[in-house]
Design a protein around this ligand. Sequence first.
Ligand SMILES: Cc1ncc(COP(=O)(O)O)c(C=O)c1O
Length: 370
Amino acid sequence: MSLIDLRSDTVTRPTDAMRRAMAAAEVGDDVFGDDPTVIALEGRAADMLGKEAGLFVTSGTQGNLVAQLAHLARGQETIAPSESHMIVDEAAGHAVIVGTSIRGLRERPDGTLDPAEIADAFRDPSDPHEPITGLVSLENTHAHSMAQPLSVEYTATVAAIAHERGVPLHVDGARFFNAVVAQGVTARALAGPADSVTFCLSKGLGCPVGSIVVGSKDFIWRARRARKLVGGGLRQVGILAAAGLVALSDGPDGMIERLADDHANARRLAEGLAELDGIISAGGIAQPTPGRLDPTRVRTNFVLFKVRGDRAAFLERLKVRNILMVEYPHGAIRAATHHDVSAGDVTTIIRAASDVLHEMAGRTRLPVGA
Ligand SMILES: Cc1ncc(COP(=O)(O)O)c(C=O)c1O
């Protein structure tokens, strides 16, 4: 049986169309600004999200980092969700490289922050004790809440709070297009209220490497300088950008519309898992209601759940059956669907999870049909 890898949506292999485009890519030296494929990709991304300019970066982490470097001065502070990637999973780049602090606010189960709490979290710039609030950041989709998509209206509400106080809004949209597709809105509408957005090509969009940051021309100029500072100035990078252009294209090779399949597969996986004795709610902001896993929490491509009993043993026994999932914070397990997971695979995964749970409970499974 071939491997079904649900550890992340980053594990996708480039499609044949991407590999062909990469092999044939016209390239230049992007640090000199003359790689035509990179220029085309940055332009396409900026246009799709309704911003003036775009910048190809190596990763989502680098995208968030250069956005912070471009928006913030040393000693300033960002308001962000306390379980966001920027706070939890970026090696404290905000402190180590940007020289700023982050004020984490507790998320609600729909992945949002309470607007009143955001307003309240702004520092008093006239008080010499306090850092100066320089940025508000949201995560869309919001991973730890089971990848909930944030709406256009909510983004606009937060942008208004930030802008009234003279502060920009950044969106870490590592899975921005999942949020777009799940809500049936345009990328332009969802990005509209934000001053900058990062999105990853290397996740659900299936590219081997890369993310894009978009924003105003001035912002992107500062981000470009910041990218150089962190060693992200690449040369014949059109080879990588070519895959991004395929992912963002209209038509059969494009990778955006098909994200709906990943969402449907994730929902069906959750429905199947929810029926199994031994699979329970992930708890926390992923699913605050205890007891049964609630499949309606799955709105994009993450299924977060817990197992009764030994999590490591469950994962190990799935692995023996060529199925990979990953440990997630707060004792949960994550299964992420993506381009390389088919609807047929979902049936296989549910069956395997059922077998493993029976095995762990010391019961022997009856053969099919018995
Ligand atoms: C919400 C979020 N932001 C940013 C990133 C960083 O992306 P990368 O792994 O490309 O650095 C991730 C990666 O998983 C993510 O989930």
